[in-house]
Design a protein around this ligand. Sequence first.
Ligand SMILES: [Zn+2]
Length: 475
Amino acid sequence: MKAKLALLSTAILLSGCSSLTPNYNASLIIKNGQILTMNGDKTIFNDGVVVMNDDVIVAIGDKQLLTRYSAPKVIDAVDGIVMPGMINTHNHLPMIAFRGLGEEGIENRLFAYFFPLEGEKLSRELIYQATRLGTIDMAQSGVTTYADMYYHMDDMARATKEVGLRAVLGETVIKFPVVDAKTPYGGIDYAKQFIEEYKNDPLITPAFGPHAVYTVSEEKLQEIHQLSKQLDVPVLIHVSEFGNEAERIADNDEQLSPVAWLKKIGVLDERMVLAHAIHIDQNDIDTIKQSGAGIAYNPMANAKGATGIAPAWDMYRQDIPMGLGTDGPMSSNQVDLWRTLSYAANMQRLKHNDRTIMIPEQVIELATIGGARALHMDNTVGSLEIGKKADVIIIETQSPNMTPNYNPYATLVYQANPSNVVTTIVNGNIVMENRQMKNVDVKQVKEAMSVIEDDIAEFAKELAKKAITSPSLMK
Ligand SMILES: [Zn+2]
């Protein structure tokens, strides 16, 4: 509530300021674009203007604004769509170093392939370099905020800030030793230190990332819940990704669903972001709604992993805070949201046998303000409105695949691809302009990654053979 009031008073102050002071100076202006604000009314300004000062949007509207504002940097978005940066609500970004591996049809891929591969090959250097590559990939495709659950989050934060993106980074907590924690649940202490270091960062929101209900105990989830309240940080967790999670929860004698169990142990609240939520029923949806928790819907990863189709349309209609995610780069092989956009709609249409649901405007809502609501950041990002952070992307519409552009939402969901994104702005800083990355040497990042790839390749091939032939690894 406090944040909402602050936003409102900033808006009043700024609008008052602009009317009293012609030629009010701004730091950055975008003009001539077709602006999709994604505000509550989904206002569109054709031939519109977005005015930014430092990290904040100070005015938005039609071209009349150009008579009132000037800035040292003006971007001409002629023939372009201007919209809020997209929000990828669920990822494990450094796994981009492993993308394309383990595609041989391995049944228990998580335990027989992912975890052993990470056990052998993860390092701080891999996490840092892979995060740089992954954030470049996202910036180039119009993602300005991503949420992630992984290890050595301080290295991820460093790489993310270097490229210039915004992120919610959840340090993994899990019941066995991992690369950055030599004892079970060592991630809790790691997270506490990480949160302390990044608590007031303008781009990074530090968080806890308990892996799942079947890999973190009741007691540890309760400890994380208390800490998240005390430190006021989000908690990212996988929930109901698999159909058998209820039986895999320790001491779940009543066989409660994972959502009901989280409620029973007292940890489901408005700081939580639940990734997947595929195998849930209406009772679970009611419980989620009451709690205020957000949902990361990952349709493309869920299709590839054959884990099921989340009841996303039901949740959307019931106004559950929900955004789109890719899941890790081994789960959908993409970190941008373009293909996920059409999956988000098409999977629901197939599930409900109804071609009228989840129209493109609703899909773009999920990719922007919906994602912000899911991550509990809708007071600051997710739409282009006065007082919000200046996270803006420009998409060209002149390439053959973008022509014609009758309905910009449909053009984006069903025609666009990452290469149509020309400019990406985060927190008022230009991260990419005319496809050129501003803060980082892409060639140097790719060279650093190729050293890592060479080191992984042989081991990964052998591991795949073993995973397929060894029944013990399948448990
Ligand atoms: Zn995941």
